[in-house]
Design a protein around this ligand. Structure first.
Ligand code: WT7
Length: 653
């Protein structure tokens, strides 16, 4: 893995936004001393957080660390659903809305904590009756519906390990993930609505199932409300959710889980063609998501909280389901898209549901900017008191727009840096005590120790370097499913094996605030979605016409990055617009629509060294509009010029 230390570091940001005195006075954290206290003894800080949750048996040791492996709350017993559900049944939270769901067609359903508890217990019994037991893997492939949350919690209730695959992934991506985890149950739905179209998930799942031998049973949720979508039900294998639920008992005591028992697997892209199954455990993940939700989102019992992510991504796991439910929050969840039926859907919803805390991605914010200031201005957004951002660096221009046009110039913004692997938020501002700076994520969360290192592992004090996490934290991944060596080599081999390497570039200001500058490895971030260049390259060379492929991320105004592919064809294949569109479609079929290349340049050859290695650096120069950095090792300079001309022709506007 080579670090291309080419950062967009021209930015000098000096604007500062402290919280208003009113916000600070009412905040969950109103004393900055928490940082010093946690820094002195991070392990004691996390133990204090853990004590706010309910455990069936206490831990014997808070942390045991044999780098790079770590265990948290060793010997402690708990069940995460007890802290999400049962614990609240003893208080007034019992009758509070846990989930407010809104469908694309404006239907709404509300479920209280008590109702959610009943639903989860029944479904837990239902999947048990299908032979699912503690430690078994369950794949979930669902649209944004209440039953997706129920499915996750039902797994956690009985100690089954869920593996959610985002509904936008292709059948092939789904079958790869099912097979890697050897899941025995798949939970899916007949379909959902997306921008006026029906997403027929069961049909997609059926295509995947043709390539899976490990799946024994499939549960299919019929989308509640509205017309159901027709789909095929295979007798003996497929079961309707509502039929199972009609017979299920609501009595399901939570399985006693060890703190280190796996809770879930979530696949994410890396630098090879094969996604990594990130494994999170029960105890540490509970504590990490609980503490960060409470402190970063400053949740008050009366708040309506809306995170616009999908449960298919880690943001949905940690900040729609596990963190907010442990905090007893009221969660708005939305099936649809921000631009359906109109571009002001989100603001119309914020006004109608009186949303207080709103968490979204920079790519969405940049789209809102483009759609115009008049759209948020049409709606009463005065209920909002805190805004969040996640998924990629937020450019200061988008930060300022969010602040002014959504936050009314008063809401603090928390820019939260974290990853699928970290389980929870790692770097951000605590909104009641920190001064935010556009473009800066802020300080490591209390109990998190981060720094910036160079390749040699020396600390960088001024200027840019590589982000490094120097101490374990409870919600960190414990392994990659079935491949512990890859865990060690990806995350703990850059420097000392006690230091976690996230793969991001960063710099710090004089006060220690971190600005995250983006990935330094071969991982792209397209609209906040993580996609490996190698995955797209593998999908392209899988096409019968393609000989070679190289994929580069191109800066994109709304998406952050878009995908540009350079390919050469096998003898006999013709270079044409039809070939280009066929190849794009092939990538969509292999991975999913999120990986569709913006452009494919079909050259006679790719720039290579004399030993035949593709020089991606030169392709990056083309895409970034730079003069070629160093062409001396290039075998045939005319190849490079031909490709550059083709590229410029394609993008001239
Ligand atoms: C990568 C992780 C975190 C949940 C969603 C994405 C980038 C994420 C920020 C931020 C700058 C960010 C990083 C990171 N990233 N949040 N606030 N500022 N960059 O999770 O798919 O695991 O991707 O997203 O590059 O490494 P993910």
């Amino acid at each position: 893995m080579s670090s291309k230390a080419v950062f967009d570091d021209l930015l000098q940001e000096e604007r500062e936004f402290p919280p208003s005195p009113e916000f600070a006075a009412a905040a969950v954290v109103s004393d900055k001393a928490i940082y010093d206290r946690a820094a002195k003894d991070p392990v004691a800080f996390w133990e204090e957080m853990a004590k706010e949750l309910e455990w069936f048996a206490p831990w014997k040791e808070v942390m045991s660390w044999t780098p790079p492996d770590v265990k948290w709350f060793t010997g402690g017993k708990l069940n995460l659903t007890h802290n999400c559900l049962d614990r609240h049944l003893k208080t007034a939270t019992r009758n509070k809305a846990a989930l407010i769901w809104e469908g694309e067609n404006f239907e709404t359903r509300t479920m209280t904590y008590q109702q959610l508890h009943t639903e989860v217990c029944k479904f837990a019994n239902a999947i048990r009756s299908l032979g699912v037991a503690k430690g078994d893997r369950v794949a979930i492939y669902m649209p944004m519906m209440i039953e997706a949350v129920v499915a996750m919690l039902a797994c956690a209730r009985i100690g089954a390990i869920h593996s959610i695959v985002f509904g936008g992934f292709s059948p092939e991506s789904l079958s790869d993930r099912i097979n890697d985890a050897e899941a025995k149950l798949l939970i899916t739905a007949d379909g959902g609505w997306r921008r006026g179209n029906v997403l027929r998930l069961k049909d997609e799942a059926d295509k995947a199932l043709a390539k899976c031998t490990c799946i024994e049973n499939v549960v299919v949720v019929k989308r509640p409300l509205g017309e159901p979508f027709p789909c095929h039900i295979k007798e003996g294998r497929d079961h309707w959710y509502h039929r199972l639920m009609a017979d299920a008992s609501p009595d399901c005591p939570p399985e006693t889980m060890d703190a280190e028992d796996p809770l879930y697997i979530l696949y994410t892209s890396g630098t090879t063609g094969k996604p990594k199954g990130i494994v999170h455990t029960t105890g540490g993940y509970s504590v990490g998501t609980y503490a960060t939700t409470k402190y970063v989102f400053d949740l008050k019992p009366e708040d309506v909280y809306w995170c616009t992510a999908d449960v298919g991504w880690v943001t949905g796991h940690s900040y729609i389901v596990y963190g907010p439910l442990q905090c007893g929050a009221t969660n708005l969840i939305f099936e649809g898209a921000p631009n359906w039926p109109e571009n002001d859907r989100f603001w119309e919803m914020v006004a109608r549901h009186r949303v207080n805390v709103f968490y979204t991605a920079p790519t969405a914010i940049r789209a809102f900017m483009k759609w115009g200031d008049d759209l948020p201005a049409k709606h009463d957004l005065s209920s909002l008191r805190l805004l969040g951002s996640v998924g990629e660096p937020i450019n200061p221009e988008a930060w300022m727009w969010y602040h002014e046009h959504i936050g009314g110039g008063t809401c603090p913004i928390v820019d939260t840096w974290w990853q699928t692997e970290t389980g929870g938020i790692m770097i951000t501002t605590l909104p009641g005590v920190c001064t935010a700076k556009p473009g800066y994520a802020g300080l490591p969360f209390p109990g998190i120790q981060a720094t910036i290192l160079n390749e040699a592992g020396e600390e960088v004090t001024g200027g840019t370097g590589l982000l490094a996490i120097t101490h374990p934290w409870p919600s960190m991944l414990r392994t990659i499913w079935g491949d512990h060596d890859r865990y060690v080599s990806t995350y703990f081999s850059k420097w000392d094996k006690s230091v976690y390497f996230p793969g991001d570039g960063a710099k710090r200001d004089a006060k220690g605030n971190f600005m995250i500058l983006g990935r330094v490895d071969d991982v792209l971030n397209v609209s906040g979605h993580r996609i490996g260049t190698m995955e797209v390259e593998s999908a392209l060379v899988d096409h019968p016409a393609v000989a070679e492929a190289a994929v580069i991320g191109k800066k994109h105004d709304i998406k952050g990055q878009s995908i540009v592919a350079f390919v050469t064809l096998k003898g006999g294949a013709t270079r044409s617009e039809k070939t280009e569109s066929d190849l794009k479609q092939h990538v969509v079929e292999k991975i999913g629509a999120i990986a569709r290349p913006e452009a494919i340049i079909i050259g006679g050859d790719l720039p290579k060294t004399r030993s035949g290695k593709i020089m991606r650096r030169l392709l990056r120069d083309i895409v970034e509009g730079r003069t070629a950095s160093d062409t001396t090792t290039l075998a045939d300079p005319s190849v490079f010029e031909e490709i550059r001309e083709m590229y410029e022709e394609k993008f001239k506007s």
